[in-house]
Design a protein around this ligand. Structure first.
Ligand SMILES: C[S@@+](CC[C@H](N)C(=O)[O-])C[C@H]1O[C@@H](n2cnc3c(N)ncnc32)[C@H](O)[C@@H]1O
Length: 261
């Protein structure tokens, strides 16, 4: 295949499931596992048969695909250890917070493409994520996005009886402050931010209908009209320069100093 790719996830539940599916040896398309995702759903059910439907996983075996790729390309000296290293470098999973991992100086201009699916709106600050993505891309690198703007960190609404902003903040002082600081922007605003950070929008397809973890047999489905866009890192308009680095250990800072000399 010739590509090197890294996934990122911070939820332990998701990571455990990814490990189970991606690392092979447990189930294959030839010997799949059966799961019943709708077994515990009691609402909006047409027929009790709907609840006991099973699906099989995995549909493809990424582990076998990567192994094939290693065999195809081989190793010029037939060196097993080298083959293993080469194989490992094709597909990795970075476990941890996106900003903490990719906001560091050592990730700067290390990537040709960033692909997000239902992810940008999971940011406490979408502006911060766009800036981080801009910095981690090489010049000419692309950001491909598909998803809605549900804003996972959207704060609670103000009420007419909140006499001041301080009242409102006090009422929700028990919340993680990221809920209070997050700003829900429209796609038009996000588009503007992308261009101000230094992206050119190459493709833009709003209104893409999508379901998410939906049961098509259910009486109720939540439907999105997502935006799909492709943006290219072109000019640096200065907004991403000198911005925060989510985490900087001392060696990273030394790297930064070196860069500036
Ligand atoms: C809405 S889901 C989308 C998952 C997948 N891309 C898909 O389309 O099914 C968002 C995912 O991002 C993960 N996530 C949210 N914030 C994150 C962060 N700061 N760092 C890494 N992963 C994060 C969540 O745990 C969740 O699995």
């Amino acid at each position: 295949m010739g590509y090197r790719v890294q996934g990122n996830e911070f939820s332990l539940y998701m990571l455990l499931a990814s490990d189970f599916v991606l690392n092979g040896g447990v189930a294959t398309p030839e010997q799949p596992l059966s799961i019943s995702p709708w077994l515990l759903e009691t609402r909006n059910v047409h027929s009790s048969q709907d609840q006991v439907r099973a699906v099989t996983i995995p549909d493809v075996d990424p582990y076998a695909m990567l192994a094939d790729c290693q065999d195809d390309e081989g190793d010029e000296n037939g060196n097993e250890e080298k083959k293993q290293n080469k194989f490992d470098s094709y597909f990795s999973m970075a476990a941890g917070d996106f900003a903490m991992i990719y906001g560091t100086p050592k990730e700067r201009e290390q990537w040709d493409a960033v692909v997000c699916c239902f992810f940008l709106d999971a940011a406490p600050s979408i502006v911060e994520y766009i800036q981080i993505i801009y910095r981690m891309l090489r010049p000419g690198g692309i950001l491909v996005n598909f998803g809605p703007l549900l804003y996972h960190w959207s704060g609670p609404a103000m009420r007419p009886d909140d006499r001041s902003f301080e009242d409102y903040q006090e009422r929700f002082s028990y919340l993680d402050p990221r809920y209070m600081n997050s700003v829900d922007m429209s796609w038009e605003d996000v588009r503007e931010i992308l261009m101000n950070v230094g992206f050119d929008i190459l493709e833009e397809n709003p209104g893409q209908r999508a379901l998410y973890t939906a049961d098509r047999k259910s009486m109720m489905n939540l439907g999105y009209r997502c935006v799909n866009f492709v943006a290219k890192k072109t000019g640096d308009n200065g907004i991403s320069r000198g911005m925060f680095d989510a985490v900087s250990d001392s060696s990273d800072l030394e790297d930064e100093d070196d860069d500036m000399e």
